[in-house]
Design a protein around this ligand. Sequence first.
Ligand code: PLP
Length: 405
Amino acid sequence: MSALLSVYDRDLVIVSGKGARVTDQEGRTYLDFAAGIGVNGLGYGDRKVLSAIRKQADRLIHASNLYHNQPAEDLAERLVALSFPAKVFFCNSGTEAVEAAIKFARRIGHEQGRTELVAFERSFHGRTLGALSLTWTEKYRAPFEPLVPGVRFCPWDDLKQAALTIGPKTAAVFVEPVQGEGGVRVAPAEFLQGLADICRDAGALLVSEEVQCGLGRTGKLFAYQHANLRPDMVTLAKPLGGGLPLGAVLVREEIASAIAVGDHGSTFGGNPVAAAAAMAVLDRLTSEGFMAKVEKRARALRRGLNVLARKHPAVVQVRSLGLMVGVEFRGKAAPVVKGLREHGVLATRAGDNVLRLLPPLVIKQKDIRQFLEALDAVLANGAGAADAEAESIAASMKGTGGAVA
Ligand code: PLP
């Protein structure tokens, strides 16, 4: 029995990690195809990240945001150099980054009476009340209503509806260039460009919500780059701190002057150890050939998944951009996740029917092969199939040693 509040359904106790693998209390090792839900982009125990953390921890762990700290200054400058002229706000998580972006949008639109926010069906933006208000899924929202008023949801990839919804009262539109929790849905470039045009015409801000899909996950440093976009804000978190809690909001320079001292803050945001770790993360992500290797690994994974999709009728569709991958099944994804774990592979779901894969960006080809073999075996056992089919596969497996996962 755990003394932790049970907001997660969990049983494994992870005690260590190296590369793409973690080890549990019993000494069992697992290949992690969720990368700590997208946090361990460089896998576990990256030498340079560890060394940056140790060095900075020896010098200064915390001094408060009443003073400058050099690692946070350097990191902000680096992020701007890699994106567009902007000012950077640091916080400690994805939901805090979204929360900050909501406040900044409201602050910037304040004089014009822009208070409304627009998000999309199947969006996920976090669990705190502001971010939750932008999150579409009913089961996350309903027990906590009333939420922040003035949020409107648009259908995904529907510019007509977006144009009807975004108007003179809209402060900002929040879009995940690849929806994560919502089932790994890649926004077509034309959709994102169209949104940018609508926002510009309406005077609303466009926020590229890249907590999950940013920082190399899709094969580009920022996901908005796939659409050649210039967002007004970008939210980042998950892999930014190399495993330490760190979130960021980039705010386009021309609009950042609307935000003044006292408008927002965070005791821990921009912690020097987390910022030093993030510099080491960015060093790796921007090193020569890194993204080309991500693309190559992504192609290998996608090719293998396409083969499995042809072989197993349980697979409805494979969706991916870079190493952000969703495999949609006719039946439930939970038995697939369970079966994979029995084969020594950790993965996660996105909704009921989608297996979500976020392997470390440094995943090796032989690990991709191990994963594909495990998935093949799990699907052959009937996992992922619609109920009736799963039962008939299970019946046909009787006596062969195969169990329905
Ligand atoms: N935004 C997106 C797109 C996410 O995927 C998540 C988490 O999965 C969040 C925000 C919330 O991030 P955090 O859990 O760090 O608060």
